[in-house]
Design a protein around this ligand. Structure first.
Ligand code: SF4
Length: 254
């Protein structure tokens, strides 16, 4: 399907969803709009941002609540995997819902679990420095989240089954925010978003694309705290991100 037509259909669907009566699942329209919607629904579906097999149903929009806030509420009561048992709270995400730049990390740590916000410990302070001193924008202008929304015990690596269960929430977040550029922090985020198991060293240094959105892989700030000699390499990655963020560079696949 023509990409422009696909985008128009996707936007129309989003508008209909927003306008629909969330409680009764009904929508009042004029006959003209009803005819237009009927025509739209007979067209082939646009390529989904999220694979149908892993998709979380789009949340209905209630008055005064954004789709992102409704999704956060849904996540807050999630019991799809055993990580729900020991969490203090879920850590959904933080920042602007209209962010042009999204950072995706791995999973909440102890401090994130306590505060309910991503990247608030030492690694979080380093990420804030990268954003505010490196990119020179307030942290509140970007969006930060993790692949996994609940803290794994003892900060162990998330298990494949846990990532599989939680991933649809991340993908839905990205679908709602629609950033211009994504930074995958560390291998768990990179592997989940890019469907690969290649090493960080092979994934760094080039542009990837996530459903058309440029994506750069760099080190997780927690790794950089343990390996400060690699901060220079991270800065090289971020310099490319800055150019795309500012519209000075149009990434090409390499
Ligand atoms: S980690 Fe994700 S899938 Fe597992 S319980 Fe938490 S929110 Fe649900």
């Amino acid at each position: 399907m023509d990409p422009v037509l696909a985008e128009i259909i996707a936007d129309t669907r989003a508008l209909v969803q927003r306008a629909a009566n969330a409680k009764r699942g009904t929508l009042t329209t004029s006959p003209e709009v009803a005819r237009m919607l009927a025509a739209v629904t007979t067209l082939p579906p646009a390529a989904p941002l999220i694979a149908e097999t892993t998709r979380v149903d789009a949340p209905a929009t209630h008055e005064g609540e954004s789709a992102l806030e409704i999704l956060a509420k849904e996540v807050s009561t999630c019991t799809k995997c055993p990580l729900c048992e020991k969490r203090k709270q879920t850590v959904f995400g933080d920042g602007s819902p209209h962010a042009k730049l999204v950072f995706v990390g791995e999973a909440p740590g102890e401090e994130e679990d306590r505060q309910g916000k991503p990247f608030v410990g030492r690694a979080g302070h380093l990420l804030t420095d990268i954003i505010e001193k490196g990119i020179r924008i307030p942290r509140s202008e970007v969006y930060i989240c993790n692949v996994i929304k609940c803290r794994p015990p003892e900060n162990r690596d998330p298990l494949p089954a846990e990532k599989e269960q939680c991933e649809p929430y991340l993908l839905r977040q990205l679908e709602l925010i629609k950033p211009n550029v994504i930074v995958a922090l560390g291998r768990h985020a990179a592997h989940t978003l890019l469907r690969t198991d290649e090493s960080i060293s092979k994934l760094r240094g080039k542009w990837h694309f996530y459903h058309g959105i440029p994506l750069r892989v760099t080190f997780h700030p927690a790794y950089l705290l343990r390996n400060p000699e690699d901060k220079t390499k991270c800065w090289e990655d971020i310099k490319h991100v800055i150019k795309v963020y500012r519209g000075e560079e149009t990434p090409a696949a390499s």
